[in-house]
Design a protein around this ligand. Structure first.
Ligand code: 48N
Length: 312
């Protein structure tokens, strides 16, 4: 039996597109002919394609417009950047926190534990953060194991995106830093230069495709290991003459690397806090390999540093 046709009252929409279209419809908000019937009679509320487009466009570009001036920009949504965003935005709900992530998928290197194996190791005392987020784990004494790294990463992404003062622009790359001379004559990072990642990766295929900007008194760089876009700010400080040379990450030593990253998390130049594995490239500290507690703790410390800078 075919479902009854959804009755669609006439549209009232003064956009030229709709005025020109005789068969356009308006969906009133009073009632929908819907039916969640899995026996062949499932009916959705009717919709116009333009409504879907407008629902996205309106929200995204209002957000983009509003966040052109942010309180804190976090570059990179890996385990350090996300841990930082969570601690910052929950500690200071008054702050407008804007996360920029070059990949379509946030999460960085934290979707797997190591060598494509799924369990994630977190050394104590960083397991406290897992309890704060509500991520279950198995206790092994000196460390804990989350059964799948994606359980941590998907949980923290959902917790961060649920916070009212956080926005994330993924598939958006930071192509440069805004660097000004402050009233004391010091070079100060005052925001970021952004572009769609697909554009940032294709500048040499078209004539100049200029970027956009987001200004903020504090930028937190969490762009991870050196790579096509990684260790971005550390490399930019060198090319801008604000860092003599990269320290370049040293060999693996878990017991040295994790405290060095956490304790070394800091404002590396006025207005720029660095966290996570990007710091190992900046400072030349060791790598820790497949253990993630330092990323979480470094992210939390970066949040505390950012608050210190903002309140100073
Ligand atoms: O996960 P990553 O790469 O970086 P961290 O520092 O959050 O976590 C590092 C961690 O996963 C490890 O590498 C572990 C602990 N292993 C250590 C070891 O010894 O090997 O996240 C960085 C994020 C990524 O999602 C990138 O896409 C993004 O930053 N990103 C950028 N986003 C915007 N603009 C950019 N220019 C940019 N560059 C990188």
């Amino acid at each position: 039996m075919s479902p009854p046709a959804a009755t669609l009252p006439n549209v009232v929409d003064n956009s030229p597109i709709y005025l020109a279209k005789k068969n356009a419809v308006t969906l009133d908000k009073t009632s929908y002919d819907v039916c969640e019937d899995y026996e062949g009679n499932y009916r959705f509320a009717p919709i116009e394609e333009a409504q879907v487009s407008r629902a996205m466009i309106k929200r995204y570009f209002e957000m983009m417009y509003e966040r052109t001036v942010s309180d804190v920009v976090i570059v990179g949504a890996g385990s350090a950047g996300l841990s930082c965003a969570y601690h910052l935005a929950t500690s200071r709900p008054d702050l407008k926190v804007t996360i920029l992530e070059a990949n379509v998928a946030p999460g960085g290197g934290a979707w797997l534990g190591g060598q494509l194996m799924t369990p994630m190791v977190v050394r104590k005392p960083a397991d406290r953060f897992l309890r704060e987020l509500g991520v279950p784990y198995e206790d092994e004494g000196a460390f804990v194991v989350v059964k799948h790294a994606a359980l941590f990463t998907s949980t923290i992404i959902s917790r961060v995106l649920a916070l009212p003062n956080v926005v994330m622009m993924n598939a958006t790359a930071v192509e440069d830093l805004i660097i000004r001379t402050d009233f004391q004559g010091r070079q100060r990072v005052s925001g970021v230069v952004t572009n769609w990642t697909l554009v940032a990766l294709n500048h040499d295929t078209q004539s100049c495709m200029d970027p956009n900007t987001i200004t903020a008194p504090v930028v937190i760089s969490a762009t991870g290991h050196d790579g096509p876009m990684g260790a971005f700010s550390a490399k930019r400080l060198v090319s801008a003459g604000l860092l003599k040379e990269l320290g370049n990450m040293r060999g693996l030593d878990m017991n040295r690397a994790e405290p060095a990253i956490v304790n070394g998390t800091r404002e590396v130049i006025p207005g720029l806090v660095m966290t996570g594995m990007e710091l190992s490239e900046h400072d030349g500290s060791n790598r820790m390999g497949p253990t993630f507690g330092a990323m979480m703790a470094s992210g939390i410390k970066a949040a505390k540093e950012a608050i210190r800078v903002l309140d100073s």
